[in-house]
Design a protein around this ligand. Structure first.
Ligand code: DX5
Ligand code: ZN
Length: 226
């Protein structure tokens, strides 16, 4: 993986919502490549977060691509709403979706990019028949539902596996990771083949501010082993 082409996607779950516009502007200024929006419905994961109005507000204050990570029991119900709100990429989970192919093609029909997310206990192999249709795969490196959890090192071999699958059957597909990404774990996931890194608390929870945190992450990636 070319370290210079690694993209950073700050997750606003860890941002100060009272200053959201300012925090996103800081992230953009510091070189964020996208904004990651975590949508939780209290059913798919045991937590509630935010919905399409936040994407609509973000759309007014940033030109960065906005990706929405849908941790909801029935994503099909919300696809249109998020597309209309201005999301650029919709990320839907493999887990709990009996009609994933249909969901993926609904996103495409809305003119949006689409990614499939797999949880830590879900094998890479489930992607085999859907990979062709995707712009992105998201490998969860924590169990979804909460920010600021510990990175699961057991997901590293899976990231390597997904990278191999992409190289074989869908070159150009992004491989994103999400959960517990900080200056210590970022070099590990990049070495394993990830090229888009979500980070919440490591960016918005850093006492030194968003810019310093983003610089620290970038430096860790650039200094890390290939
Ligand atoms: C977890 C979310 C993540 C979360 C990451 O369910 O999908 O995007 O915001 O937070 P950190 O980077 O703090 O682990
Ligand atoms: Zn997420």
């Amino acid at each position: 993986m070319d370290k210079r082409s690694v993209k950073l996607a700050p997750s606003i779950l860890a941002a100060d919502f009272a200053r959201l516009g300012e925090q996103v502007a800081d992230a953009a200024q510091a070189g964020a490549d996208r904004i990651h929006v975590d949508v939780m419905d209290g059913r798919f994961v045991p937590n509630l977060s935010m919905g399409a109005p936040i994407v609509q507000s973000l759309r007014r204050v940033t030109r960065l691509p906005v990706e929405t990570h849908l941790m909801v029991a029935d994503p099909d119900v919300f696809l249109e709403e998020f597309a209309e709100a201005g999301a650029d990429l919709l990320l839907v989970h493999w887990e709990g979706n009996n009609n994933l192919h249909r969901t993926v093609h609904r996103v495409k029909a809305l003119g949006k990019k689409v990614g499939v997310v797999i949880n830590p206990a879900t094998p890479a192999a489930v992607l085999e028949e859907i990979l062709q249709d995707l712009e992105q795969v998201l490998v969860m490196t924590v169990n979804p539902g909460f920010g600021h959890q510990h990175f699961l090192h057991t997901t590293l071999p899976k990231i390597r596996r997904v990278r191999r699958m992409i190289a074989e059957s869908k070159p150009g597909c992004d491989l994103e990771v999400d959960g517990g990404i900080d200056a210590a774990t970022a070099p590990l996931v990049v070495a394993a083949g990830a090229n888009v890194l979500v980070a919440g608390s490591a960016i918005f929870g850093d006492g030194d501010g968003v810019a310093a945190a983003m610089n620290r992450l970038r430096a860790a990636i650039n200094d890390g082993a290939t």
